[in-house]
Design a protein around this ligand. Structure first.
Ligand SMILES: Cc1cc2nc3c(=O)[nH]c(=O)nc-3n(C[C@H](O)[C@H](O)[C@H](O)COP(=O)(O)OP(=O)(O)OC[C@H]3O[C@@H](n4cnc5c(N)ncnc54)[C@H](O)[C@@H]3O)c2cc1C
Length: 546
């Protein structure tokens, strides 16, 4: 296996250990596609872009660089889509959409650098040993020693007990073993949406649940589910997780100090002259030599207008396109729009007047706590940590055999040691926003069914199981249920068995002069990287049209 395809960290971001990394991430590196875009450009042309999320903003930015003209139609009153930092009145903030960027995500890092935001990169810590587990009624720190208190509640083998510091590690062990059995060609096919061998046909058709049960049994299934919160996604394709493990999405994570929205905000400044807000695209009709787009004000009372364009790039999520009038599109495209499964996610942020978790008996510096209660994951702010120098989490773990180092996925990471006391410094008390809940699918729907105040109340009650005094610190809250939000109608694509092979080729294929991008048109679904890979691929298709 080669790590040649794995991109390097941006030069001025904190160094990321790179020794003997064994993943290999089959994708076209960002520099390669940008070069192709420049070389194959036959423009200039006028392009209408639907949607001002990351895919739409980056496409506009690149097309303008090549002297094209663009107009962007956006249904909501703002830009950025699912990258959404919420700012509280006291100056604290929380990410209600995207929050972390793995070092392997070269497209995302490219635009962070290009927008002059590299200096804002800080370490995003996923799990620390000082964080809590609240699982099966056991509340304990996330240390190797205390995991046995939770394991005791389940019937799992001595082998896993002895060697695996968490359910996530067991999951990583399963994924890594599977990846080791794939050839380079098979790995590439998994990112192309092709089940071209017997093994890939098996993997593309098996759900996460079936796969785990077949390999380690029902009891371990439960353990993996509660530690990773993946039990809401048992019906999803196992290949979704294999790809994440191969990309190494848990590796050397970073975030932007001050909020992830700075990335779309800075891009917006470069293209803002060309955006029309509060115009909902309600109809798309494919013509012989162009595309007709009908828009209306989102309140549905305003007048609608229809305009013809030579080139249209649609970045609207398929979950929203499903309710639009679509004329003359191929049956395969309509099937992909109808069939691709979206997952839900709900986030609830609690603004606290003091970062009490960093004090005294705790101290928790970044990272998360995990619970089998409805809020599932609680993340601590990563900005302004009271440490004398920036933290760097290596995020690497040897596999059980001890021979390989592999970048783990977001789900298979194991808790990192807390920083040594010598690194801590005293600071004045300051407010901080706790991401009290980050939950998915069934949990997200059940929490999302409540009002904002009720969501916060449930989260405060549950998180108080391990932070007893939480309630007295909370001064404000904010939340989003992404399925309820009308301009996404879901959080991100999370495919069931067979869906990638069935829908992906048609999803990304242009229809005449109508092109498609957005995270749903990638095999890095659920990440900004996926939205950008699809965006630059569509830009290349547009600029090279003869
Ligand atoms: C809870 C959550 C957590 C996430 N965490 C991470 C993370 O940690 N790291 C990471 O990299 N990624 C993360 N992601 C994924 C990432 O945010 C998305 O993949 C990415 O932002 C999608 O960009 P996009 O341009 O494809 O879509 P969007 O951001 O959804 O943009 C689409 C745009 O189209 C507009 N639109 C919709 N309908 C219409 C219409 N009818 N007419 C006109 N305009 C319309 C929308 O308003 C929106 O602005 C997360 C996402 C969620 C929801």
């Amino acid at each position: 296996m080669s790590s040649a395809a794995a991109p390097r960290a941006a030069a001025s971001s904190p160094p990321c250990p790179d020794h003997a990394v064994d993943n290999g991430y089959p994708h076209v590196p960002v520099d390669t596609i940008l070069k192709e875009i420049r070389q194959q450009n036959t423009g200039p042309r006028h392009v209408c872009i639907l949607g001002a999320g990351m895919a739409g903003l980056v496409a506009a930015y690149e097309l303008l660089k090549l002297k094209n003209t663009v107009e962007i139609i956006e249904a909501s009153g703002g830009h950025g889509g699912r990258v959404h930092t919420h700012h509280f009145k006291d100056g604290t903030y929380a990410e209600l959409g995207a929050m972390r960027v793995p070092i392997t995500h070269d497209y995302t890092h490219h635009y962070i650098a290009e927008m002059g935001l590299r200096k804002k990169l800080i370490t995003f810590i996923n799990n620390v040993e000082n964080g809590f587990w609240d699982i099966h009624g056991v509340v304990t720190r996330q240390t190797k020693g205390s995991v046995t208190k939770i394991y005791d509640k389940y019937r799992i083998s001595d082998y896993f007990r002895k060697n695996m510091p968490s359910g996530g590690a067991i999951f990583g062990f399963l994924m890594d073993n599977l990846i080791d059995g794939l050839t380079e060609e098979e790995k590439q096919m998994m990112f192309d949406g092709v089940a071209g061998t017997g093994l890939l046909q098996y993997l593309s058709g098996v759900s996460l649940r079936e796969f785990i049960v077949q390999n380690v049994g029902e009891e371990v299934l439960d353990v993996i589910g509660v530690f990773t919160s993946l039990d809401v996604w048992w019906d999803k394709a196992v290949t979704m997780y294999l790809r994440d493990e191969m990309v190494g999405t848990g590796s050397c994570l970073q975030t932007l100090e001050g909020g992830m929205s700075q990335l779309p905000d800075t891009l917006y400044e470069k293209v803002k002259k060309h955006i029309t807000f509060d115009r909902e695209v309600s109809r798309i009709k494919l013509l012989e030599n162009g595309v007709e787009v009908t828009t209306r004000t989102p309140d549905q009372e305003g007048t609608s207008s229809t305009k013809k364009y030579d080139y249209v790039l649609c970045t609207i999520p398929f979950s929203v396109m499903r309710r639009m009038d679509l004329e003359n599109l191929s049956y395969a495209k309509i099937s992909a729009i109808r069939g691709m499964t979206y997952a839900n996610a709900t986030k609830v942020a609690l603004d606290c007047k003091e970062r009490f978790w960093q004090e005294g008996k705790y101290p928790i510096l970044g990272g998360s706590s995990t619970s089998d209660h409805i809020q599932r994951q609680t993340y601590y702010p990563m900005d302004h940590l009271p440490v004398t120098k920036p933290l760097l989490r290596e995020s690497f773990r040897p596999t059980v055999e001890g021979a390989r180092f592999r970048r783990p996925s977001i789900h298979t990471m194991t808790p990192q040691p807390s920083p040594p006391a010598a690194l801590m410094k005293r600071t004045e008390p300051m407010p901080g926003a706790l991401l009290g809940a980050y939950c998915w699918d069934q949990d997200a729907r059940r929490l999302g069914a409540l009002s904002n105040d009720e969501r916060a109340e449930v989260v405060i009650r549950n998180v108080s199981r391990f932070h007893k005094d939480l309630r007295k610190y909370v001064v404000d809250h904010a939340s989003v249920d992404w399925e309820e939000y009308r301009w996404t109608a879901g959080a991100f694509v999370m495919l069931k068995p067979g869906e990638l092979e069935r829908f992906y080729p048609a999803a990304i294929r242009p229809e005449g002069r109508l092109f498609f991008a957005g995270e749903h048109c990638s095999t890095d679904q659920g990440w900004i990287q996926g939205a950008l890979i699809a965006s630059l691929r569509a830009v290349l298709q547009i600029v090279s049209t003869k």
